[in-house]
Design a binder for this molecule. Structure first.
Ligand SMILES: O=P(O)(O)OC[C@H]1O[C@H](OP(=O)(O)OP(=O)(O)O)[C@H](O)[C@@H]1O
Ligand SMILES: Nc1ncnc2[nH]cnc12
Ligand SMILES: [Mg+2]
Length: 178
């Protein structure tokens, strides 16, 4: 039995002032404590992609929470999976970009050879806040010659307007507006 979006959203656990004062942290890990909820999450995403006829050659998952379902989605779409990793984790040659997220700054890297020029890429992550992380992933995909066709998240913090920074349409299952 597939869980409804409302049933899955109920499992997300908010914590005030984590990891920094002023941040309301939305913890998605309790969803994964329930295998049915996890499976339903995948089903809801795949149904949307099928309904919208999204053609995907490569799913790019963002280190680290984008690795939770990225390979699973790639498998369901018969697509490749490619990781974007935090700096220093992937062997060279890599492309590298710096970015700012809701509670810090970081660097992301991608293997220069993992995406072939012209491939259609879907970026997957658990959550979009300011959009800094997803935008950096889009820049890395451009450096590889790939074309980002969609950004997919479970959670969107709409009040931070992260999707305005992105170069392709976004899809999110759960929105929080404060
Ligand atoms: O839209 P933004 O403001 O860029 O924030 C969103 C990003 O922040 C979190 O990752 P984080 O870097 O905290 O690390 P993790 O995935 O390894 O937990 C989250 O998983 C997203 O990747
Ligand atoms: N408010 C938030 N909750 C969980 N993960 C996040 N990543 C960036 N902002 C976040
Ligand atoms: Mg992350």
């Amino acid at each position: 039995m597939t869980l409804t979006l409302a049933e899955i959203k109920n499992k997300i656990r908010p914590t005030a002032d984590f990891p920094k004062k002023g941040i309301l942290f939305q913890d998605i890990f309790p969803i994964f404590e329930d295998p049915k909820a996890t499976e339903s999450l995948v089903e809801h995403i795949i149904n949307h992609l099928k309904e919208t006829g999204t053609k995907v050659d490569v799913v790019v998952g963002l280190d680290s929470r984008g690795f939770l379902l990225g390979p699973w989605l790639a498998n369901k779409l018969s697509a490749a999976f490619v990781p974007v990793r935090k700096a220093g984790k992937l062997p060279p040659p890599c492309h590298k970009v710096g970015y700012t997220k809701e509670y810090g700054t970081d660097y992301f890297e991608i293997s220069q050879t993992a995406i072939k020029p012209g491939q259609n890429v879907l970026v997957f992550d658990d959550l979009i806040a300011t959009g800094g992380s997803a935008k950096a992933a889009g820049e890395l995909i451009q450096l590889c010659g790939g074309k980002t066709v969609k950004y997919v998240f479970f959670v969107e913090l709409t009040f931070l307007k992260g999707k305005d920074a992105l170069d392709a349409p976004t899809f999110s299952l759960f929105q929080y507006d404060d």
